[in-house]
Ligand binder design. Structure first.
Ligand SMILES: C[S@@+](CC[C@H](N)C(=O)[O-])C[C@H]1O[C@@H](n2cnc3c(N)ncnc32)[C@H](O)[C@@H]1O
Length: 332
């Protein structure tokens, strides 16, 4: 028997899978579109097995993802509606799929890391993004997960960034354009260049067309370890520094400093550790960074120190109401 204190730790693996499967088989879409429904009705509508569905829904009820009425119908809990509705900007289903399909299988490497250290265990491993971008499907799925993580919160981050004075922004590693689209819709005089690996180009092109931003959203293919960064009033890094160690981060920020106009700014958008080591999502994603990348999550003070080491000054921290926050440095 486990105590309730350990429930999350012991049973979390089941609730994550239940969440992913309910999303994958359209259970949440059904509840979002049609309202409360019994397992029998959902199973019939989605063509899935009722017994398995009932068991998944009981787990999801226990962790407050859905709620069950007295008559046995299930509904999305009020706090989870937006996050589970694929039509909503806060939808997280693609990110959960990434955790279940890509990350979970890699967790066993932590065993070897503990035994011999990451450097030794990963000696023969391909470079991080060679593995993530191993084929077009994997590339597309990763970029969808990034869009899920970044698009909703970017609406808030662009306001916190106060870009009214900037005319040009380079989003370094800007992926399929989540932050770029948010910035362009808030600042009509801004033009944005996403600088990213060439494999990302077709996915950003889709965004440019879908959002009708061909004239204001541009793509600069490149490798930020080999190439200089394009010049701009402002350069942004969303979930980039958390992929790399401190020395690499300072190297990238020095490149940003060289490309940044005098008086311009660099924006770091990242999860932040509290001084006490929380919150839970940052602690978990810090472990995920360990197996998926060469980086880690940091406190606001640690990001400020990296910015200062690269020559930025007047650093400020702006917290969003989500889990991605903003640290700004100014080029004197
Ligand atoms: C974790 S994703 C972050 C995506 C996006 N900025 C966001 O906040 O959602 C890291 C991004 O860095 C890009 N990237 C990785 N290595 C790179 C390199 N050497 N040069 C340019 N971009 C790179 C990836 O293609 C990817 O888009």
């Amino acid at each position: 028997m486990t105590s309730t204190i350990l429930d999350h730790a012991v049973f979390g693996v089941f609730s994550t899978h239940a969440l992913h499967l309910a999303d994958k088989y359209g259970v949440f879409v059904h509840l979002a579109a049609d309202g409360p429904a019994t397992p029998a009705r959902i199973a019939e509508a989605r063509g899935i097995d009722q017994d398995t569905l009932e068991r998944l829904l009981l787990v999801l009820t226990a962790v407050s993802v859905v709620e069950r009425d007295a008559d046995g119908a299930y509904r999305l809990a009020s706090g989870t509606k937006d996050l589970l509705d694929p039509e909503h900007p806060r939808y997280i289903g693609d990110f959960v799929r990434h955790l279940v399909v890509n990350t979970t299988g890699q967790l066993e490497r932590l065993d070897a890391y503990l035994a011999v250290g990451k450097a030794v265990a990963d000696r023969d491993r391909p470079a991080v993004f060679d593995s993530i971008y191993r084929d077009e499907v994997a590339t597309g799925e990763f970029l969808e997960a990034m869009w899920n993580l970044s698009f909703g919160v970017s609406q808030e981050l662009v306001r916190l960034a106060a870009l009214d004075d900037a005319r040009t922004l380079v989003d370094v590693g800007g992926a399929s354009g989540a932050f770029a689209v948010a910035a362009l819709s808030h600042y009509p005089r801004l033009s944005v260049t996403v600088f990213d690996l060439p494999q990302v180009g077709p996915f950003l092109d889709r965004t440019r067309r879908a959002e009708q931003l061909e004239d204001r959203l541009h793509f600069a293919p490149g490798d930020f370890f080999r190439d200089p960064l394009p010049e701009a009033d402002c350069l942004s890094f969303g979930y980039i520094l958390s992929d790399w160690d401190d020395a690499t981060c300072v190297e990238l920020l020095r490149k940003a400093h060289a490309a940044c106009a005098p008086g311009g700014r660099v924006l770091l958008m990242e999860r932040l550790f509290d001084e006490d080591g929380g919150p839970l999502p940052t602690a978990v994603m810090n472990l995920s960074m360990h197996v998926e990348t060469e980086g880690r999550h940091r406190t606001a003070a640690e990001y400020t120190a990296l910015l200062e080491a690269a020559g930025f000054a007047d650093c400020t921290v702006h917290r969003s109401s989500w889990d991605k926050h903003l640290v700004v440095g100014r080029k004197p």
